[in-house]
Every structure is written in structure tokens, then in C-alpha cells.
Write a protein that binds this ligand. Sequence first.
Ligand code: SAH
Length: 394
Amino acid sequence: MGGLIIAPKARVFHGHDWVYGTEVRAVFGNPQPGDVVALKDHRDRFLGSALYNPRSQIVARRFSRRKQQLDADFFRRRVHQAVELRRQKLGSEELMREVWSESDGLPGLIVDRYRDVLVVQMLTLAMLLHESEIVEALREELQPACVLVRNDSPVLAAEGIEPDTHIAFGNMPPPFVVTGRGLKFEVDPAHGQKTGLYLDQLDNYGQVAQYAKGKRVLDCFCNQGGFALACAKGGAADVTAVDISELAMQAVQRNAQLNGVSLHRVVANAFDMLSAESEAVRKGGDSKWDVIVLDPPSFTRNRKSLNGALRGYKEIHLRALQMLPVGGILSTFCCSHHMSRELFMQVIAEAAVDAHCTLRLVAEHGQRADHPVLLNIPETQYLRGFTFELVAGR
Ligand code: SAH
């Protein structure tokens, strides 16, 4: 087995499992991209087995502290552990992320289940090279009707992988209906945005809907409408869902029918809409909403673009707060691990200062338990959410 000598003070010495190119002191044994390599410190002490890809910024991802090969037995064990964890935490459900990359000891492998269809993404070269063992392990563990490999994420370019989508097993059914947390969604795994639904948010729909009974709700960045649908089902007086994507809005329409609810749909840039409406309220117009949900895409893919992203986050929070009456509810989410809990809070606090309002924290939200967080890999904790109530001025 080839390997890497890791420079002192690298992340792995502090528990992280990633090795960046700048942290490699030497390469030995001529490992090839996609191989398993041994990680060693400069005294030749073994640190673990890792997936190697010199084309990536993260050249090695440790997946075991022992000597370990990527064989059929390895994939069987790790897939079994991942699936067992979901069964314990969430029981058996139609919508589930069954495997989530580093969090399940399978760096770069993501497996989402939509009823009996598995959608697999391989975001590291090593996983790509072991597709047949992975598909075999998934078939054994989950008995799917279809396994779709959907390697079309933009992050693949960083690993030097060409996009490719194909059916690895079975037949892809036409668009079908799945139920998650009491909500019905039509899914089309071969074509949906990302792998389909935002499974990480599934538990939060109901949590937010608790505040929506009898209220007028605005779901901004709604995608296929999870929050809007849950609020409408939960007895909201009136629900409006906004997204910039026409396709997403068509999905919202179908999902509303499936769930037997009606809602208003607006295809718009949420920033423009919030700006125009908050302006109208500031000029003395009536507040139109009692509950506003903000779930924008990650504005920042790296630390460098964080400042620009912070301005964007502050702006939408300011606009939303300017539109809320006293007693109004703001549920807001951020899906970038670059935004710490404290930083996210701070952005909202600054928006509240400018909007001259006081916010009371009523609930805190996170990613679903099928997206496990590892303490040694802070990047695994990426979804944060807060629900605030706007309290009377003091
Ligand atoms: N709340 C959704 C997930 C939101 S993902 C859920 O739980 O499923 C982010 C969404 O924001 C995407 O659907 C994307 O189309 C939309 N979007 C991106 N930029 C936007 C903009 N400027 N205005 C409105 N929607 C936008």
C-alpha cells in the first residue's frame, strides 16, 4: 500500500479525517488516484487508511484508523451500520438518507431512499471505482427495486470526475408519490433538483407548522413546498410559497393537490419580493404575513465569499422583520457550515437592530438524524435554524 507522510500540526492530528494537499510532506509507494493509502506521521507511525485523490484539494480522506481495503465485505459492514443507525433513530420510513458520506465512514458516498428507489451519489473517485461492491451491498441491505447512480453534482469537477447518470440496477419507475412525516410528495428521482427532496429539512416542516395555525404564512425559497404544505395542512389561514424556479413551483402545485390543500404560488426572486413588500409596509401598508419562513440556498461555498453572503443574509432578515407584525413568527434556516451558530445569530441580531424590533427565540432546528454530525468533522454540521417571535417594543 502506498501512502502519505503528513506534516506536523495537520488537521488529522486534531482528530479530523481530511488531509489537504498543503499538509502532505511526502508521498511513498506511487499510489494512484482512487487508491487506498496509508497515512503516517513523520516518525513513521500509522494514522489510518484513507481514500487518495491528488487532483482534489482534499488529497486524502481517512475512513479507518486501521489497515483497511475497500472490498465487498467492507462496504457490506459500513452500509449495514449506516442503515441500522437510521432504523434505531427514525424507524422505517419511505424517505431517508440511508448513507451520508464521512458521517457513515464512507467518504463521498450518499444514498437517498425514496420508497424502494435508491439514488446514489459518488463524490469521491474511490467510491466511483467501487460502484459494483456498493450497489451489491445496498441491494443486500435494502432490497431496492431500482438503484439510480446520479453523479451530476458540481462538486465532482474538484475530484476530476465527469458527470454521469445511469441505472445500476432495476428499472426506474415513472414519477411516484412518497410520504414523509405525514406529507405527500411526488418525486422524479431521475430529474429532480439535487437528488429530489431536501431530506435534511423533513422534521422541521412540522416544527414550524406548529406556529402557523390560523395564520398567514409566507414560505420563501420553498423548493417543492415542504414548509408551505405542512403549514397549510396544519391549519394556516392562508399560505404563499415563493421560489425562483418555475419547475419547483410546478412541483408545489402537484404536491398541494396530493395533500388536499390550496396555496398561492409565486415564481419570483425572493429578495425582490421581500424588498417591494417591506417597502410598502414601511410606507404604512398593512402587514400581510404572520409567519415568514426563510430557507435560502447556501450563499457561500467557501470562507472567502462569507462576507458577501453575510450581507445577503442580513438583507433578507431585515426585509422579513420589517414586514412582520408584533407576535409574528420568523423561521429561518442556513445550510452552510461556514456559518456558525453564533455568526448566524449575530446576523439576525443585526437585522433586528436595524428593523427596531425585539426577537424572542422560541425554537431551534437542525438537520435530521439521518444526517449525523461528527464532532471531529465540523463540516458535518451544516444546517441550522431558529424560530423567533417578534415581541412588542419596549
Ligand atoms: N425550503 C426548501 C429547500 C430550499 S432550497 C425545502 O425544504 O425543500 C433553496 C431554494 O431556493 C431552491 O428551490 C431555489 O430554486 C430557490 N432559490 C434560489 N435563489 C432564489 C431567489 N433569489 N429567490 C427565490 N428562490 C430562490
